[in-house]
Design a protein around this ligand. Structure first.
Ligand code: 2P0
Length: 329
């Protein structure tokens, strides 16, 4: 019996990963850049044992159905191949999120699973190779191996596509991200399906690819200069461009809900009133507000005039993956 456990934190992209050039290897069309956060994380235990006759996946104490188990099982098969192991596994995951408001993250989930497998099977992967492995589970998971600001180099092959931390002199410790949790009844389009449809059909997608490298270059300069206004303006603009591409997909779609727009307008208005803050959004209606830590409480106070305090969660920069011996049973 081989067992291991890992904890990985979620990350939010400031330059978005949007589109794959290789679906099987999960090679992205563009580099992306993220901030790992301390607020939301996944803890995953894995046990490989002869007594198991199939892979099993438990999430927050509930045995998962065939579809959810299949994604995990596909990843375990990659691990088995790489580690030369033929045993089935039991995976037990717990998401630590403040509410069930659509914050479960495949980034923290697949990064934690990769870390737990690395520990259990004594694969002794370097951080770079662990990032490559996590990428095969879910693209954004490769960034959750590291803390702080992280860049995913798109690469041209399995060997060359991985994330690495960006030197920042700990500037991220002076920042915060306020999550505005927006529950809506819309049926979700997964990010996997959404980016695939966009790449295949959106006439705006070439525009995305034309400008994303420049955004990346500028945001890295802003990080080096500790230029918060630059960081925020580029991140907000990049998120808007990503969401713009979905409007020209066939059929078109959007992740925005009326409350998302309310939140974005509020962020602009708080900023115009003198408190610097910028928004970003991912493949769902929640809005995340990037600000300086010193201003977070005042910005939350403003947001509370429109949103319930239960909808507002403040997170700060978080660490890279942590692994543990043994497993939760
Ligand atoms: C990101 N997103 O950079 C972008 C922005 C969503 C919007 O990475 O298909 O769950 O497993 O590689 O990593 C979400 O996509 O997609 C994502 P797969 P993933 O954070």
């Amino acid at each position: 019996m081989y067992e291991g456990k890992a904890r990985a934190y979620t990350n939010i992209a400031l330059i978005k990963y949007w589109g794959k050039k290789d679906e099987e290897l999960i090679l992205p069309m563009n580099n992306s850049l993220s901030l790992t956060l301390d607020g939301f994380y996944t803890e995953t235990s894995v046990i490989f044992a002869e007594e198991f006759s199939q892979d099993e996946f438990f999430l927050d104490g509930i045995k998962q159905n065939a579809a959810a188990t299949q994604k995990v099982s596909r990843f375990l098969s990659l691990v088995r191949q790489q580690a030369d192991c033929s045993l089935y596994a039991k995976v037990t995951s717990k998401n630590f999120v403040p509410t069930a408001a659509g914050l479960a993250s495949s980034a923290s989930g697949l990064a934690a699973l990769a870390g737990a497998c690395n520990e259990a099977l004594q694969m002794n992967l370097s951080e770079k190779d662990l990032s490559r492995l996590a990428r095969r589970g879910s693209g954004s998971a490769c960034r959750s191996i590291f803390g702080g600001f992280v860049e995913w180099e798109k690469g041209i092959s399995d060997a060359t596509s991985f994330a690495q931390p960006i030197a920042s002199d700990h500037w991220e410790d002076e920042l915060a991200m306020i999550f505005i949790l927006i529950n809506d009844q819309q049926k979700d389009i997964s990010s996997r399906d959404g980016m695939k449809r966009t790449v295949a059909t959106s006439s705006f997608y070439p525009g995305w690819l034309d400008s994303v490298d420049e955004d990346l270059q500028k945001i890295k300069e802003a990080i080096q200069k500790k230029d918060f206004q630059g960081l925020g303006e580029i991140a907000e603009g990049n998120a808007l461009k990503m969401h713009g591409t979905t409007l020209a997909a066939v059929p078109p779609f959007t992740y925005w809900s009326p409350q998302s727009l309310t939140a974005m307008n509020m962020v602009r208005s708080i900023r115009n009133d003198g408190l610097p803050c910028y928004f970003t959004m991912d493949a769902g209606p929640n809005v995340k507000v990037l600000c300086e830590r010193k201003n977070a409480a005042a910005i939350v106070e403003q947001l509370q005039t429109v949103f319930d305090s239960g909808q507002l969660v403040t997170a700060y920069a978080g660490p890279g993956i942590q692994t543990f011996k043994g497993a939760d049973k």
